[in-house]
Design a protein around this ligand. Sequence first.
Ligand SMILES: [Zn+2]
Length: 106
Amino acid sequence: MSYLAHPARATDLEIQSLNIFTHESMHVRGEMNEALTECEAVQRNYRAAKLLGVPDGIAKQNALDYYNKSYQLRAKIGGLAGEYYSDQCAPGKAMDEHLSDSTWSP
Ligand SMILES: [Zn+2]
């Protein structure tokens, strides 16, 4: 709720809460592999933020901030966090679903 109260000045933790919402929604759809689930969420965080009422440009920036900061940090941390990361989760790579409203679409 604090993320939705001020998305334009969201903290990393608040943006991570958006990703948890999206990530768990992907599990509900049936995906159980954590790296695939997380990459599906990365690509849909922009859409999810807009569905929650966040203005378009801010939703895009929040979603890109998650991908460029928190998501990339998972690779550096490794261990359990690393199981949620894949270098194939990137534009044009194997996990790119080519969604028309993807976080990383132009
Ligand atoms: Zn999960």
